[in-house]
Design a protein around this ligand. Structure first.
Ligand code: NAD
Length: 378
């Protein structure tokens, strides 16, 4: 037998910039003209049916007018499109239109677009570059940054995908003006999560400023300075975690705060409850358990509940939900190890608990979880 070793050591620099501001279409164009996408001669703008009409069609027109080769690929808006089927349809369209290795993808939209288009770019022609142009607060807060891309399958969300970092991210908060108050609230849920897990000053700042995003009557305010600060803080907090643990070997689990119950709840509610709404209830569930375990005090608990309520988010498990079914569903969580449910917990406000062996998650038994779920039932 002969042996041949393939020497293949990798050193990767995936550093990229995030631009935060209003109306960044011109910045995107000048970045491309100034060589952001080296070696790329064709641009595939990927978007959904809502964002196409609102923003992507005009962005395509300005790229084409500037002499760039670009084409728009649109799929129906909604979580249902984040599937292997839509990805295959887009791939076929790209091939038919002669896109190849010298192409790049520009994802224009919310988290569904960035997850799907990022995954498409990561595998098309064995990987082509992609840019994220984020148009929702949730994408700005979470989905467009961090390099996780994926599609859903009928029985699992976000399970099929890869890590593929964008070349640049644009967070255009002028586009938030066309979002519904409900979508803004969902972005605020992830924002509050970030404050809970990493930054007590940001949490206090949100307590003071949340009504400059959404008034207490639910109408949009979207103060520029406040929106910019929220976008910036979200990036800062998410990156302080991602840069230390890109592949989620331990620390990145903390970004899952509130998602153990949140993900189970949204699936059980058949997505009638939006992700951010379910995460809000999930944050309350971990806070309730954390209070019982002594990781936070009663004042912290009240502050978390009030901030979520002032953001117009739900803080109770909707009454039609069967608690036993919710409990059973927790076993599909990605943190489950050896058949045991695990949670990550905040430590007071602005820090995370670390357990035996430095692990950021700990096992929680059904007997421990049940009273919390019962207490939080509406
Ligand atoms: N990859 C990650 O790290 C990560 C993190 C968090 C969430 N996600 C994923 O993100 C998705 C949720 O993100 P989302 O809430 O942005 O969903 P989304 O992309 O479906 O957007 C929500 C709705 O708003 C519409 N929309 C988008 N921008 C708009 C605008 N400016 N004006 C008006 N309407 C607009 C969309 O067409 C859609 O109907 C989920 O699939 C979730 O799994 C991914």
């Amino acid at each position: 037998m002969k042996k041949f070793t393939v020497p293949l050591k990798k050193s990767v620099d995936d550093t990229y910039d995030i631009a935060i501001g209003k109306n960044l279409q011109d910045e995107l164009l000048s970045d491309i003209q100034n060589g952001l996408l080296k070696g790329v001669s064709k641009l595939a703008l990927v978007t959904d049916s809502n964002v196409s009409r609102l923003y992507a069609e005009s962005m395509l027109a300005s790229l084409v007018e500037a002499g760039l080769q670009a084409q728009l690929f649109t799929f129906p808006a909604g979580e249902g499109s984040k599937s292997r089927k839509t990805k295959a349809l887009l791939e076929d369209q790209l091939i038919k239109n002669r896109f190849g290795r010298d192409s790049a993808v520009i994802a224009i939209g919310g988290g569904v677009v960035s997850d799907l288009a990022g995954y498409l770019a990561g595998t098309f022609a064995r990987g082509i570059p992609f840019i994220n142009y984020a148009t929702t607060l949730l994408a700005a807060a979470d989905a467009s940054v961090g390099g996780k891309t994926a599609v859903n399958t009928p029985i699992a969300t976000n399970l099929i995908g890869l890590f593929h970092q964008p070349v640049k991210v644009y967070i255009d908060f002028a586009t938030w003006q066309t979002l519904s108050a409900r979508e803004i609230r969902c972005g605020l849920a992830e924002t509050i999560k970030h404050a809970c897990l990493a930054d007590s000053d940001f949490f206090s700042w949100l307590e003071q400023n949340i009504t400059k995003v959404l008034a207490l009557d639910g109408s949009l305010v979207l103060d520029d300075t406040v929106c910019e600060h929220i976008a910036h803080k979200n990036c800062e907090i998410k990156y302080s975690v991602v840069e230390r643990d890109e592949r989620e070997s331990n620390l990145r689990q903390v970004l899952n705060l509130g998602h153990t119950v949140g993900r189970a709840l949204e699936a059980l509610m058949k997505y009638k409850m939006l992700h951010g709404e379910a995460v809000s209830v999930g944050l309350m569930a971990q806070a309730h358990l954390a209070l019982r375990f002594g990781y936070i005090d009663d004042n912290d608990y009240q502050r978390i509940e009030s901030l979520l309520e002032n953001a117009g988010l739900p803080v109770r498990i909707p009454s039609p939900v069967n608690i036993q079914k919710l409990l059973d569903r927790l076993y599909t969580d990605k943190k489950v190890r050896k058949g045991k449910i695990r949670f990550v917990f905040q430590k007071g406000i602005g820090a995370m608990m670390q357990f035996e062996g430095g692990n950021y998650s700990r096992e929680v038994t059904e007997a421990e979880i049940l009273p919390t779920l019962q207490a939080l039932k509406a």
